[in-house]
Design a binder for this molecule. Structure first.
Ligand code: NMX
Ligand code: MLT
Length: 471
């Protein structure tokens, strides 16, 4: 298939990787492109017709193939396990975890361009991969860094809208308000009002998505500096890549923190389509709401404690453990604290998952980062102890389907180590990263002409009657 055509520049390693991903996931063939193909939008223009044909073929050949049975449990149980939407950019395996266009996190760490030799991938590389299904070259990634920098101007009314909120408003409220204020510059909305043909919808969507991704670090760091640093804003540094520049604008220039931010933004981008934020962005986008409206809605889902706010909850919970029991807490004491949390009707934040049934690989790569850069950090050591203590306690409850840690169990202690100690801000970081996954899929939603999302709902009476008849 031309989408994954091979080129002579593919290294042996990449060939092996391509073979491996063929058998494992969505990527049929990974290619490294020649450095002359630097324009991402032209790449998409070439890929879209092929993918449109592919979807048409799936529809005509397999449209009536069953993908599973819907049970009453699924309908009243939050649609767990129910296949319900098309999401091209990533796929989640319950045991193995996420693959971005067929690549696992360790594979991304090997093949995506890094800012320093052997360092963490830079998020622009992942954005390219999610949009095209291809591993970008270093030149392509740098070109994308430049493209994002050229789009990062944020109009004053956005800062004024944020300033209209009390400083005590939650950072996610301030951030989502900033995103809504950015919406007034939507290219999609303008084009739609001017009567654009639906075959061209993806183009202004692409413009909005790229502008949104480019502008979010500016808005997010404004929120941080407004709330926690007396409003002293730090301008963007055009010599830096996306993740590093975001860290810089927040006020953190330690090279290790820049690496952490690159890793953080890369791994939080996408988690297939059914999670609350991605699904919300896709649902709202299906009404042809523009990417700003769709992403603002997604952020409001991310702000819930069972989803993205869990990263805030984890650090606050860890700090409450330390406050009550000290840093050198024994495993027995820690177990008692976990039981106390459960007995007061709360969840243990950072553990469990709607799909995963194993330790989240996003947790594992953060643990590896900690072992490399901050092995002696007392809160990291506490997180390591939690890994031993919490799963057996949750398993003993007899109802928890996944007792293992998720991405949020680890991120806070890393940020805290480098001075970003304000837990209430953490979900904003998650939000900046998630724009890359949701935005990439929104471009494909429009390119593939995916329809309005409108599942059927039923009442309890309907279920009683229907199930009594089928029993
Ligand atoms: N602590 C206590 N109870 C839990 C936990 C946990 N960490 N995880 C699941 N349970 C309970 C859950 O509340 C439910 O109880 P009940 O029947 O009384 O309502 C029962 O176990 C069965 O739930 P599951 O089917 O295992 O999990 P579900 O798919 O419903 O929910 C989460 C998944 C992620 C919402 C849940 O594991 C949780 O609340 N975890 C803590 C919050 C968290 O870390 N969220 C972040 C998820 C990742 N992200 O970034 O979005
Ligand atoms: C996510 O990254 O969205 C979370 O792990 C939640 C999910 O996948 O359901």
């Amino acid at each position: 298939m031309a989408f994954f055509r091979s080129l002579s520049t593919i290294s042996k390693y990449r060939s092996r990787l391509a073979e491996q991903t063929t058998s494992l996931g969505s990527v049929r063939w990974l290619q490294m492109q020649s450095s002359s193909e630097l324009d991402l939008k032209s790449q998409l223009k070439e890929l879209i017709p092929e993918q449109q044909d592919r979807l048409k073929k799936i529809k005509s050949e397999y449209g009536k193939v069953q993908l599973g049975n819907i049970t009453t449990d699924m309908v009243i149980g939050g649609m767990r396990g129910m296949i319900g939407l098309l999401w091209e950019t990533s796929l989640l395996d319950p045991e193995e975890g996420i693959r971005f266009r067929g690549l696992s996190i360790p594979e991304c760490q090997k093949v995506l361009p890094a800012a320093i030799e052997g360092g963490e991938p830079i998020p622009e590389g992942l954005l390219w991969l999610l949009l095209t299904g291809k591993v970008p070259s270093k030149e392509q990634t740098s070109s994308l860094t430049g493209e994002l920098q050229s789009r990062c101007r944020v109009p004053d009314h956005v800062f004024n809208a944020i300033d209209a909120l009390p400083i005590t408003a939650h950072p996610m409220t301030q951030f989502a308000t900033g995103v809504m204020a950015l919406q007034v510059e939507s290219e999609f909305q303008k084009a739609y009002d001017n009567g654009i043909h639906k075959s061209k919808f993806w183009e202004p969507t692409y413009e909005d998505v790229m502008n949104l991704i480019a502008r979010l670090p500016v808005v997010a760091s404004y929120v941080y500096r407004r709330i926690f640093k007396d409003g002293k804003v730090i301008p963007s540094d055009k010599s830096l890549d996306y993740g590093a520049n975001f860290s810089h604008m927040l006020g953190f220039d330690d090279p290790k923190m820049l690496e952490l931010m690159r890793l953080y933004v890369t791994i939080h981008t996408d988690h297939e389509g059914g999670n609350v934020s991605a699904h919300t962005g896709h649902l709202v986008g299906s009404a042809l709401s523009d990417p700003y409206l769709s992403f603002a809605a997604a952020l409001n889902g991310l702000a819930g404690p069972l989803h993205g706010l869990a990263n805030q909850e984890v650090l606050l919970w860890i700090k409450s453990v330390v406050e009550e029991c000290g840093e050198n807490i024994s495993k027995e004491q820690l177990k008692d604290y976990v039981l106390k949390t459960l007995n007061s009707g709360k969840v243990v934040p950072g553990f469990g998952h709607g799909v995963l049934r194993n330790t989240d690989p996003r947790y594992t790569c953060q643990r590896e980062f900690a072992l490399k850069h901050l092995p002696e950090d007392p809160l990291f050591q506490l997180v390591s102890k939690l890994y031993e203590v919490v799963p057996p306690v949750l398993t003993d409850l007899g109802k928890v389907k996944n007792p293992w840690p998720n991405v949020d169990a680890h991120s806070g202690v890393l940020l805290n180590h480098f001075g970003l100690t304000e837990a209430k801000y953490y979900t904003v970081l998650f939000g900046v990263s998630r724009s890359i996954g949701i935005g990439s899929q929104l471009v494909w939603d429009r390119a593939l002409g995916l329809p309005l999302e409108r599942p059927k709902s039923v009442t309890m009476e309907w279920l009683e009657k229907h199930c009594a008849k089928s029993a």
